[in-house]
Design a protein. Structure first.
Length: 109
């Protein structure tokens, strides 16, 4: 009788494409706070979401009606549109731990 060999190595599961994070940054003109928030958001995304994010900057001085859709009450504000659920963070995003929790990348302690 001939010995049978079995391939015990299984094929790895195909990788699912990483979901694109869609972020909106609401600002009012090019104020210092707005510039700091944008710089901090870009830095944060490059570090934690590299290649998986899109930032749309919405200047409420030019487009005030857009504030209603995401219920913007203060600026600067970041709204995570995708992945669901929608999440909102107000401020210049200087506290990385708060941003991680706010965008739901890490659970609060």
């Amino acid at each position: 009788m001939k010995a049978r060999t079995t391939n015990t190595r299984s094929n790895p599961a195909p990788k699912r494409p990483a979901q694109l994070w869609q972020l909106r940054l609401y600002v009012m003109d090019e104020t210092l706070k707005s510039q700091i928030a944008l710089t901090n958001l870009k830095t944060f995304c490059e570090h934690h979401l590299k290649g998986r994010y899109r930032i749309t900057v919405i200047d409420l001085k030019k487009h005030p009606r857009l504030a209603k859709g995401d219920q913007i009450l203060a600026i600067p504000t970041v709204v995570r549109r995708l992945p669901s659920p929608v999440r909102t963070i107000i401020g210049t995003l200087t506290d990385t731990a708060r941003v991680l929790v706010g965008l739901d990348l890490r659970a609060a302690h």
